[in-house]
Design a protein around this ligand. Sequence first.
Ligand code: PMP
Length: 313
Amino acid sequence: ANENPYNAPINRYPDPLQESLKIQIAKYKEVRPESIFLGNGSDEAIDLVFRVFCTPGVDNVVAIAPTYGMYEVCAEINDVEYRKVLLDENFQIDASKILASCDENTKVVFICTPNNPTGNNISRVEIEQVLKNFDGIVVVDEAYSDFSKSRPFRLDLLQYPNIIVLNTFSKAWGCAAIILGMAFASPQIVNLFNKVKYPYNINVATMKIVCDLLTKGIDEEVEQIKQQRALVAEALAEFKFVERVYPSDANFLLVEVVDADAMYDFLISRGIIVRNRNRVKGCEGCLRLTIGRPEENEALLKSISEYEKSVVR
Ligand code: PMP
């Protein structure tokens, strides 16, 4: 392959199908290696869904709203119409509403669970209804499922030949810097992704880091984040200008406050960056707060109490 014979071990191209890493991931995730696609983040898999299954300018996809922004970004880039179905007041879906938004050119439905930015699990029964009744691909993005008690859909791949489940090493695994995403699907779908992706999409350094990490696991850190999530949620609910702390199955909390923009600016002035979702339909007045280490969460709560003092005065 016209490589340099010196400078081992990084002088050779990596395995384009990442076979040994997939064997390790397969054991951990309880899926077959041939049902695993690895991407440059789950974002690569999201883009491939459009490139493989949609014809630009003709097809459309349907997604819940509000949700993760990358589905819409990739739809636009690939010139595919993006149809939104608004979640209800409990941030839940009605399968019949999703199915009613589909037509003969709808190739994909996107459902994120636990959903970003709302934080909650989407009803399994409704997702199953979509999987059974939609004659196309259903992407179930479980980027945050490690923080949830619910049964993940990746364990039910054989039941649903049209499902693509997304997972990532960027959240519970704490590896956002190396950008490694997973898609779990039938071997036929994985083969299509492998034909379209760049040949060497995952580099050797990334594979080595993840191989080492998989032997160590993440249970302790995830447990710690879940405990902190409960503590932070409880503390937030005490503030007068916090109107609602939404229940979360993820590593973040969606919080409705009296003046989201003002609180966002105040936190920025204290060196804390949260996500302002005030202008997102369905999340008006809301900030999304990521759970950090205990000392970071304390710093956040301290800044919020300073903010309260400054507005109540
Ligand atoms: N899916 C969801 C729901 C996300 O929130 C994110 C990151 N914010 C991703 C996928 C992206 O994952 P990755 O870092 O693997 O591209």
